[in-house]
Design a protein around this ligand. Structure first.
Ligand SMILES: Nc1ncnc2c1ncn2[C@@H]1O[C@H](COP(=O)(O)OP(=O)(O)OP(=O)(O)O)[C@@H](O)[C@H]1O
Ligand SMILES: [Mg+2]
Length: 250
């Protein structure tokens, strides 16, 4: 029997926490490296950052022999295409996902939602997620607002049984330096009291997270048509984070 498609969202109401970046990094790594099939529903209307990124990635690849060859080689060695990125909105996300499922059965659909939890359409979409990952950073304001957000989702949607959500996980992103300081431990105790699991792996604050295809052909990190380059994955913790994620999803 075929395995069911899982819906996953990197979600928090906090702007700039890394929702879009993590969605792309994880989607590309699972699709191009780990052998899974994924789809992305870009619900961040009207920004559509991922759909825009896909357009940009394709254009850069088309205009450049280096990337053209790289895309060709990837396509022949994987014998599969780039994953679909569907331009949608919180209102249409579920319908668009259902439409997609008529044609393909990806292992995972990632939803990039805006952080407006007071929007009924966002709530309706969140209810259909199997897993929610909330990126957090060690800033009191960011952390407090994110914890508030996951507590509300948990209390209104998860514990009430009104959703498909199996669990909500927190993930440290934008961590300064190579190690987490004691401050993190203090925060983790608070988080633990609230009952939310936290990824063991943290993602460092590193410029590579912004490294896209470029005319210089330097190793790239964030792309919708290629996975993050091995040399940049080293030291980014992306691979261990994804292994941990797969443990949760399986
Ligand atoms: N670990 C990281 N290290 C360095 N920069 C990062 C990291 N994670 C994300 N960023 C950067 O932070 C910025 C915000 O990230 P992103 O756009 O993914 O956040 P978002 O949660 O989707 O924001 P929005 O609420 O605007 O949709 C981007 O410029 C991104 O490249
Ligand atoms: Mg975003």
């Amino acid at each position: 029997m075929e395995k069911k498609t899982l819906n996953v969202a990197f979600s928090t109401q906090k702007g700039g926490a890394g929702k879009t970046t993590l969605t792309v990094l994880v989607a590309s790594y699972l699709h191009y490296v780990k052998g899974y099939n994924v789809a992305v529903i870009d619900c961040d209307y009207p920004q559509h950052s991922i759909a825009e990124m896909r357009e940009r990635d394709l254009k850069t690849a088309m205009d450049d022999e280096f990337y053209k060859l790289m895309a060709y080689e990837q396509f022949t060695s994987l014998s599969k295409k780039a994953y679909p990125v569907i331009e949608s909105s919180p209102e249409n996300a579920l319908e668009d996902a259902a439409e997609l499922l008529k044609e393909t059965q990806p292992d995972f659909i990632f939803f990039d939602l805006p952080g407006t939890a007071n929007n009924p359409a966002v709530i309706r979409t969140l209810k259909e997620m199997d897993y929610i990952i909330a990126p957090i950073s060690a800033d009191r304001v960011v952390l407090e607002s994110t914890l508030q957000y996951v507590v509300v989702i948990n209390d209104t949607l998860v514990t009430t049984g009104k959703s498909k959500i199996k669990s909500i996980h927190l993930l440290w992103n934008l961590v300064d330096g190579r190690e987490k300081t004691e401050l993190y431990q203090v925060y983790e105790e608070v988080i633990e009291q609230l009952g939310f699991p936290v990824f063991n792996t943290f993602l460092p604050d590193s410029k590579r997270f912004r490294r896209e295809q470029s005319v210089s052909h330097k190793a790239l990190f964030r792309s919708t048509i290629f996975p993050a380059d091995k040399t940049l994955v080293r030291g980014s913790n992306l691979d261990t984070m994804i292994d941990e994620l797969l443990e949760i999803l399986k």
